[in-house]
Design a protein around this ligand. Structure first.
Ligand SMILES: Nc1ncnc2c1ncn2[C@@H]1O[C@H](COP(=O)(O)OP(=O)(O)OP(=O)(O)O)[C@@H](O)[C@H]1O
Ligand SMILES: [Mg+2]
Length: 281
């Protein structure tokens, strides 16, 4: 009897959650103003599920400000005065302010887990809140996180002792497998020692809108769209060209070589004039 009751309650809870999490069909960014108060020179940026986007530009050009506008679902009420529409209309307050209904997960350079719980407990709490009961999902999330980082994570570790790279890997895996958010924002994950090729590949098949703020050419060349920032404004919006897909592949080879050299230097080995890795004499 109790089991039955629990099942019914669980089903109701799931329906309630599904009601709460909106079905995302599109995200639209409408122009605001640059740092000198000039209106931005684009009509709208329309993003659809499954689309990957990078935001690039010099330091201080407004990349974080743009991604923050998206995370806040700005309604002309931020420094940039941009508007962000969900399914072609201004989102209601429930979507903007209720964390359970918000369709966005943002992972930044400073993202940290503060709760004094283990990795396993952290994921279980999140899964429970989402109505996910299969234990397998939790194991898969840890496994996926470990595909993104060289420093292995296990469920017994306290989330507060995870390194920057481990934290971000765990949160990205959590956002993909447990989180319901159809939009994932990633602000400069490349500096965290994360295996970005793996993240790019897995994330691209997730059907979500994924937006990277990045200084990394490998990530920038891999995304379908590139938004170029200058002086607090969107300067250009480029669509990935066919040739760039090939360039992105070649760049990965180069990037792997650089990673090997980085690892060798960390391990106290030396590099020859021809970029071969050797042991010190
Ligand atoms: N359109 C704008 N209007 C007014 N202020 C802006 C605008 N865009 C950005 N800013 C402000 O300019 C500063 C730098 O912007 P931001 O941090 O977004 O740069 P960034 O491109 O992310 O730089 P970094 O590469 O160093 O992270 C911030 O204080 C931000 O609030
Ligand atoms: Mg920034």
């Amino acid at each position: 009897m109790r089991g039955q009751c629990f099942k019914v309650l669980h089903t109701l809870y799931k329906i309630f959650l599904e009601e709460l999490i909106l079905v995302l069909r599109s995200l639209t960014i409408l122009p605001g103003f640059d740092r000198n108060g000039q209106r931005e020179n684009f009509k709208e940026i329309l993003l659809l599920p499954g689309e990957t986007v990078s935001i690039v530009g010099p330091t201080g050009s407004g990349k974080t400000a743009l991604i923050t506008d998206i995370e806040l679902l700005a309604q002309g009420d931020t420094a940039t005065r941009r508007w962000v529409l969900v399914n072609n209309e201004p989102p209601d307050d429930e979507i903007r302010y209720n964390p359970a209904a918000k369709p966005i997960a943002m992972i930044t350079q400073n993202t940290k887990c503060f709760a004094d719980v283990s990795v396993g407990e952290f994921l279980a709490i999140h899964a429970r809140a989402r109505g996910i009961t299969e234990k397998k999902v939790l194991e898969e999330t840890v496994r996926l996180a470990n595909q993104f980082t060289g420093e292995k994570i296990h469920d017994g570790l306290k989330v507060t002792v995870l390194s920057g790279g481990q934290t971000r890997s765990l949160l990205i895996a959590d956002a993909i497998l447990i989180g319901a958010a159809p939009i994932i924002l990633l602000d400069e994950i490349e500096n965290a020692g994360i295996f970005k090729q793996e993240v790019m590949e897995i994330i691209q098949g997730s059907g979500k809108i994924i937006i990277f703020v990045t200084h990394d050419p490998v990530i920038a060349l891999h995304t379908r769209k590139r938004i170029i920032m200058e002086n607090g404004a969107v300067k250009k919006i480029l669509q990935q060209e066919e040739g760039e897909v090939l360039a992105a592949q070649s760049l990965i080879e180069l990037d792997k070589k650089i990673s090997e050299i980085r690892e060798a230097l960390r391990a106290g080995r030396v590099i020859t004039g021809k970029l071969a890795i050797a042991d010190p004499a």
